[in-house]
Write a protein that binds this ligand. Structure first.
Ligand SMILES: N[C@@H](CCC(=O)N[C@@H](CS)C(=O)NCC(=O)O)C(=O)O
Length: 95
């Protein structure tokens, strides 16, 4: 069907989750970077899920998104706010 989104063939990456919501321009910047890099990560909608908002607040001390949750290989978890920092991290890791 013509209105179906074209398959992107994006590479699915485990261990990363982006806390974000659709109408947020800073989140859009990060989602564009994901598409440009051809990778797909879990998106956690903070407007739809109050629990995700709470997680962001607890982890970063502030309520703004986007925030990238990074699971390290040793099991540790790192939280990265700021769209510019997230884009730089993704570019450095995946390009
Ligand atoms: N400097 C931050 C700005 C982030 C920001 O202001 N995000 C807005 C949404 S676009 C936000 O979370 N506002 C608070 C809210 O929506 O509750 C960045 O570049 O990520």
């Amino acid at each position: 069907m013509f209105w179906k989104r074209k398959k992107t063939g994006a590479r699915k990456i485990e261990g990363l989750a982006l806390y974000q919501y659709a109408g947020c321009p800073f989140c859009l910047r990060v989602r564009h970077a994901l598409r440009r890099l051809g990778i797909e990560i879990e998106l956690r909608d903070t407007l739809a899920e109050a629990a995700y908002r709470d997680e962001v607040l607890e982890a970063t001390g502030r309520g703004t998104v986007p925030v990238l949750r990074i699971e390290e290989e040793d099991g540790g978890v790192h939280w990265m706010p700021e769209s510019a920092d997230i884009v730089a991290y993704l570019q450095q890791r995946f390009s």
